[in-house]
Design a protein around this ligand. Structure first.
Ligand code: BEZ
Ligand code: FE
Length: 285
């Protein structure tokens, strides 16, 4: 140990932990130490930079509350959340994307064809498609759990006096795996930028806008559930979403509805526009 120098310290730190041989924890910890030390040596880190980095993390902790997790936001704007989503997407399944901070697991159950918007202003959008497996077989009974911002880019949960269960619901796919409902076309909104992550964005001349999106968790018995988002072609920020949530395969086309009679569904509300998206789930395991 007395022979320690800036190159031998990495092994010394790794060896100081008595972790189970061959365990995942050992692998994660040692790889992290390797990369952390390599990074520090590579940039020739100064004391000011080291303290600045630690103070930044401290500030992230200070501003975090049960409702605001600044470290997740940091992970989002650094593309780490997106990278983990990409790594964990199963071949053949719909690509994963951000869960975001506004999910509630007990959203109201809605009938097929229901209107999620309940009188909110904006473009009424029909969202429809099929939930199927990677071989193309429909998945009847699949649960489509959705939540979203409104026509001005606000989640009801963010607003005092609003019902936090507005603009969210759980819909069950029919015998052919079909799902359909109407809602209000959401608008883009900004991720919180009044804290340390906002400072980081400003320091790097980056904006805080998310492309308009609908959130989904899709589940079906025997299948691996997915958490994803749906975006819209040719809308603002779809090419530079602040949290790197957009994937080409998750961009749906918005089409005007000219003749209501052509729609194959019984709907609570007449839509102005429609978009189709099929969700594909891979088997569990
Ligand atoms: C969202 O999509 O709801 C979201 C994602 C990341 C940060 C903030 C909001
Ligand atoms: Fe969102």
């Amino acid at each position: 140990m007395s022979q320690i120098n800036q190159f031998t310290i990495t092994d010394a730190v790794k060896e100081s932990f008595r972790t189970e041989e061959g365990s995942r924890f050992k692998f994660l910890l040692e790889t992290f130490i390797d990369h952390l030390h390599d990074f520090t040596r590579e940039v020739n880190m100064t004391h000011d930079e080291w303290m600045g980095m630690l103070n930044f993390l401290y500030d992230c902790g200070q501003i975090s509350t049960p409702e605001r997790h600044e470290f997740i936001l940091l992970s989002d704007v650094l593309g780490l959340s997106a990278l983990v989503d990409m790594i964990n997407t199963r071949g053949g399944a719909t690509e994963g994307s951000n869960l975001g901070p506004f999910y509630l697991d007990n959203a109201p159950v809605l009938e097929l064809g229901a209107d999620l918007a309940r009188g909110r202003e904006g473009t009424t959008l029909l969202v429809h498609g099929i939930v199927r497996d990677s071989l193309g077989n429909p998945l009847p009974g699949a649960i489509i759990d959705t939540w979203q911002a409104d026509g001005s880019g606000t989640y009801p949960i963010q607003e005092v006096g609003q019902d936090k269960y507005d603009l969210r619901g759980k819909i069950t796919a029919d015998a052919q795996g079909r799902y359909y409902y109407t809602t209000v076309l959401p608008k883009p909104y900004t991720v919180p930028y009044d804290g340390p992550v906002g400072r980081l964005l400003r320091a790097g001349d980056r904006h805080a806008w998310r492309a308009a999106h609908l959130h989904y968790i899709i589940r079906a018995p025997g299948m691996r559930g997915i958490t994803t988002e749906l975006f819209f072609e040719n809308t603002e920020y779809v090419d530079n979403d602040a949290v790197f949530g957009v994937r080409k395969s998750l961009i749906a086309k918005l089409e005007p509805v000219k003749r209501q009679e052509e729609l194959a569904y019984t709907l609570e509300k007449r839509p102005d526009a429609k978009c189709r998206f099929d969700f594909v789930l891979a088997p569990e395991g």
